[in-house]
Design a protein around this ligand. Structure first.
Ligand code: G3H
Ligand code: 13P
Ligand code: ZN
Length: 315
């Protein structure tokens, strides 16, 4: 019933074979939609902001709105920096009440990623904040960085153990085939579950029992929502995401945090487009933003029940 770190959430998720949903936020309607959906399912959740979300809304607004959402709903929420690019951004978040940060050094050479992550861990831990880092490269677009499929690399299991040992990081985002954005697979969706299992086993053998793994780029890009967007004037062609069954399987394994941003964006866009077309005479933002907020709440309830399995994790 508070703004907390993700430590306890992940411990319970690992043991309960479910995952906590990490939803990207940047305005009041998204925060309300996500937390009301989570509260309805009696589930904890993680609200995360990218650097561009911080630039858009400002850390003080984000913290203020998230605190209000925690007060309104009574659920546990971790406020997390998503894809933190450097220590300065991490410091801004820690100074503004974030309980968790990600440092994403996955685009650096390995040794540089280790050194920079360790610096962030030392700083964050001294302030009671937990850290997620990333090893391996996901394809797709995140912030201003675009990685094409040819440059994506899956996480090496031995390197993962070495990385966790040397940095002291609290959770690790891995690359096993997911990617950011709305255009994930050209052909059939495929995730390397064997690799996930090997990483988990090697971490366990090295003494990192029940170590929480994070899955980025995990939106499902529901065809029905794409159809709704397109029906009301959108032009989203060839969009595809990670099938729900694959995500459910991952949440039963060592994956304790599943990141979703694209699905929130699509739900919001579908809601607004539909409102504009159905009520061309209306011009009160509370009308169309209210519809979008309801779509987000519905989406989050569905995710918690069918994808994450975190229903009643507040008990
Ligand atoms: O993984 C990246 C997220 O989707 C954040 O995207 O930087 O456009 O807010 P954004
Ligand atoms: P999606 O683009 O699949 O929603 O992934 C979001 C994400 O990983 C945020 O860090
Ligand atoms: Zn991501």
């Amino acid at each position: 019933m508070a703004l907390v770190t993700s430590t306890e959430m992940f411990k319970k998720a690992y043991e309960g074979k479910y995952a906590i949903g990490a939803f990207n936020i940047n305005n009041m309607e998204i925060i309300q939609g996500v937390t009301r959906g989570a509260a309805k399912m009696n589930s904890a959740c993680i609200l995360q902001c990218s650097k561009s979300a911080l630039n858009y809304a400002g850390p003080k607004y984000l913290l203020g709105m998230v605190k209000a959402a925690v007060d309104e709903t009574g659920i546990d929420v971790a406020l997390h920096l998503d894809h933190g690019p450097d220590l300065d951004t991490v410091k801004v978040c820690v100074e503004n009440g974030f309980t968790s940060v990600m440092f994403d050094g996955s685009h650096f050479e390995y040794e540089e990623n280790v050194a920079k992550t360790k610096e962030v861990v030392d700083y964050a831990h001294a302030h009671g904040v937990v850290v997620e880092a990333e090893l391996g490269k996901l394809a797709g677009v995140e912030d201003e960085v675009k990685v094409d499929a040819a440059n994506a690399t899956y996480t090496d299991p031995d390197q993962a153990v070495d990385f966790v040992q040397r940095t002291g990081v609290d959770s690790l985002a891995i690359a096993i085939g997911t990617s950011h954005g709305a255009y994930k697979f050209k052909g059939e969706a495929k995730l390397d579950f064997d690799r996930l299992e090997v990483i988990t086993k090697k971490l366990d053998d090295a003494g990192f029992k029940e170590y929480p793994i994070v899955l980025h780029g995990a939106s499902s890009v529901d065809p029905a929502v794409i159809e709704l967007c397109n029906k009301y004037g959108g032009a989203l062609k060839g969009a595809s995401g990670i099938p729900v069954e694959m995500l459910r399987k991952a949440s039963g394994m060592a994956v304790c945090k599943i990141n979703m941003d694209t699905d929130i964006r699509l739900a919001m866009t579908a809601g607004i487009r539909k409102s504009f077309v159905e009520k061309p005479e209306a011009f009160d933002p509370r009308g169309y933003l209210g519809v979008a907020r309801d779509m987000i709440q519905e989406l989050v309830e569905y995710k918690i029940e069918k994808v994450l399995g975190s229903v009643d994790s507040m008990k």
